[in-house]
Design a binder for this molecule. Structure first.
Ligand SMILES: Nc1ncnc2c1ncn2[C@@H]1O[C@H](COP(=O)(O)OP(=O)(O)OP(=O)(O)O)[C@@H](O)[C@H]1O
Ligand SMILES: [Mg+2]
Length: 270
């Protein structure tokens, strides 16, 4: 698919392209010389607007790095990243900060909550910084969905890991950004809270046209998405539309069998 993207999306109800974010020939390398690590190796990807995309792959395959680069949180070594049609890799820090603040929600693998703020203040922080008033009904809906009504006055240190994660998720959802990137948003939740969270993410895509990109290691979580991208060694090695948990698990097992660099399609696993 080579959709030309020229109209920058505004975050309002204006004209929007079908692609929310994309990367072309994206390379991200850390360090230099002997310690150089190529975390992303010429990745081409298009994230469909209004869709729920899952990113899977082994630990260290570049999932978090890809999300950070697509969200303008990390510089790139080579290649191009677009958000709503706008090339962001050469943006000056100030513009990039504004783009992140106004158009992107990020749920970090480590939640990145501010320790001195209580849960509610953490949730509304991005909007407070942007000088925007939260939509009260929506905020209440988000807080109820993540089940935090009774914990809004607690600071992160007074919350369990799962509760902190739910605060991080609520923070990303509260401002209704153009794209939400979620790095293992259910990693610290029990299965019931996790399922509730995933249903909520799914609903925000179906009913509000939210765009979500989620990293997960869990085939059941991936099955909530519209499309799964598989990363290995910094490359997208496979993808699957309309995934089911069984199909994702099956694909994961087969990809795990593949010996990197081998010519055949399968490794030596019996
Ligand atoms: N700041 C950094 N400096 C050096 N190397 C890094 C840095 N951040 C990530 N890497 C390396 O880049 C590669 C990709 O890391 P990344 O965090 O994207 O993996 P991941 O797929 O998210 O893994 P996980 O599932 O464990 O979270 C890894 O080999 C990692 O060691
Ligand atoms: Mg990661």
């Amino acid at each position: 698919m080579t959709t030309a993207v020229t109209t920058p999306a505004t975050g309002g109800n204006g004209a929007r392209s079908a692609v929310a974010a994309s990367a072309r020939k994206l390379v991200k390398a850390y360090g230099s010389g002997e310690t150089r690590v190529v975390a992303l190796d010429h990745v081409d990807v298009e994230i469909a607007r209004g869709a729920f995309t899952a990113i899977m792959g082994p630990s260290g395959s570049g999932k978090s790095t890809l999300m950070h680069c697509l969200a303008g949180l990390d510089s790139v070594t080579e290649g191009e990243v677009r958000v709503g049609g706008q090339e962001i890799t050469r943006l000056k820090e100030k513009k990039l900060t504004r783009l992140r603040r106004d158009r992107i929600g990020f749920i970090f693998q480590a939640f990145n909550l501010l320790p001195t703020l209580d849960a509610l203040e953490n949730i509304t922080l991005p909007m407070d910084i942007a000088g925007r008033k939260p939509d009260k009904a929506w905020l209440e809906n988000v807080i109820a969905t993540v089940n935090l009504e009774g914990r809004l006055k607690h600071r992160p240190s007074e919350l369990s890991g799962g509760q902190q994660q739910r605060v991080a998720v609520a923070r990303a959802l509260a401002a209704r950004p153009e794209i939400i990137f979620a790095d293992e948003p259910t990693g610290n939740l029990d299965s019931r809270s996790g399922a509730e969270m995933l249903r909520f993410l799914r609903r925000s895509v179906d009913e509000l046209g939210q765009t979500i990109v989620m990293v997960t290691h869990d085939p059941v979580a991936a099955a909530y998405s519209d499309r799964v991208l598989y990363l290995a060694d910094g490359r997208i090695v496979d993808e699957m539309d309309s995934p089911t948990a069984e199909a994702v698990l099956d694909r994961m097992l087969r990809l795990a069998e593949d010996v990197p660099g081998a010519d055949g399609t399968h490794g030596s696993a019996s």
